[in-house]
Design a protein around this ligand. Structure first.
Ligand code: ATP
Length: 352
């Protein structure tokens, strides 16, 4: 059956990864029709709007979206894909592929997934002047001051809701069950300092996890966990956490594997999912055809699975694994001298 995928190429170096990968996908899965709604600069030129109602309708009609990293121009489209489509679980697999240049002496067997809550926490964007909160009469638990006792400054609101937390933890438990590897969920928070918010996240996580008798549940404080993840990454299976820690630790996880260019991601809601590399737009290497497209390829493999094209997803993953294990066509971040397009061509040769 035909599938439709919206492609948003992204900014800076991101399109240099996205274009050859979409070409490869077109060969591998000819049943996919790719749509390119004008968003960002092109949207401005054509409709005077970086995210027009037409672009929104194209996303609504498609089965999914493949999104290249943006530095802001496609920000409105990204907001719609996240908050509009309620894609609450940002899934970031971290699996060591032999041949990748990890800084660890023993990266073998690293195979965990970060499930980052994608819609809440400090990322709701409610910030302002402390002056606005002068009406709050309560004394801080740690500083023992009222808001009006601080000098001029700013605040940000951290939102942790019951429904937002329960659904992402449930997603993590289901994922651990589906992976059937260690059958373990690790919850990461700063509940010792932020009892009202992170303590709540942890309490809700415990409650949800208690419904899964076959899944082991454990929790760590985020700073301690950062150290544990580097010392013993093989110990973890599915790791669930609020938005901000997930954002930061995902980049650290990419570093454990050897490059941000290896970190794939998919953002899932109940009715929609979209897929994007976890790294940024790599502006410093834009125009050089050297961005590592592995994250874009592996995000595409997640997308193929979501579309029910499991055979093609497997071929794509196997292609990437073979290219790394051969090791003669690698991008500079992996110690090679090959270009982005040469890497994608090599994956294509190994796929078929
Ligand atoms: P964001 O805040 O949007 O996540 P960032 O500030 O984390 O972005 P990135 O764009 O991810 O920044 O880049 C950080 C560094 O990693 C840069 O030096 C960049 O070139 C490098 N980098 C990121 N992605 C890749 C990639 N796919 N291939 C090679 N290098 C990359």
């Amino acid at each position: 059956m035909g599938k439709s995928v919206v492609v948003i190429e992204g900014d800076d170096a991101a399109p240099e990864a996205m274009r050859p990968v979409v070409e490869l996908l077109g060969e591998l899965a000819p049943q996919i029709q790719f749509e390119y709604p004008p968003v960002g600069e092109r949207g401005n030129e054509l409709h005077g709007n970086p995210f027009s109602p037409e672009a929104k309708a194209t996303i609504d009609q498609a089965d999914t979206t493949l999104f290249g990293s943006t530095s802001g121009s496609s920000g409105a489209a990204l907001q719609y894909l996240r908050w509009g489509k309620q894609t609450f679980a940002n899934v970031r697999p971290c699996t060591y592929l032999p041949g990748c240049s990890s800084p660890l002496s023993n990266p073998q067997g690293i195979d965990f997934v970060i499930v980052r809550e994608n819609l809440e926490d400090l990322y709701v964007g409610i910030e302002g002047d402390l002056e606005e909160l002068q009406f709050l009469d309560r004394v801080g638990r740690t500083v023992r001051k009222r808001v009006r006792d601080f000098s001029e400054g700013r605040y940000a609101v951290k939102v942790i809701t019951e429904s937002g937390t329960s659904r992402v933890v449930r997603f993590a438990c289901e994922l651990a069950r589906e992976r059937d590897l260690q059958n373990k969920v690790t919850c990461v928070t700063k509940h010792n300092m932020l009892r009202g918010t992170d303590g709540y996240f942890l309490e809700l996580a415990r409650t949800v996890a208690s419904e899964y008798a076959d899944i082991e549940f454990e929790s760590f404080i985020v700073d301690d966990f950062a150290c544990r993840l580097i010392r013993e990454p093989q110990r973890y299976d599915v790791i669930v956490m609020p938005n901000l820690y997930g954002d930061i630790l995902s980049d650290a996880a990419g570093g454990l594997l050897g490059s941000l260019g290896l970190a794939a991601s998919g953002c899932y809601g109940h009715d929609y999912a979209y897929f994007e590399p976890a790294h940024g737009t790599a502006p410093d290497i834009a125009g050089t055809n050297t961005i590592n497209p592995t994250a874009t390829i592996l995000s595409s493999a997640m997308m193929l699975e979501y579309l029910g094209l499991k055979e093609q997803a497997k071929k794509l993953r196997t292609g990437v694994e073979k290219v790394y294990s051969k090791g003669d066509v690698l991008t500079p971040d992996q110690g090679g001298a090959s270009t982005t397009t040469e890497f994608v061509d090599a994956v294509w040769e190994q796929c078929c």
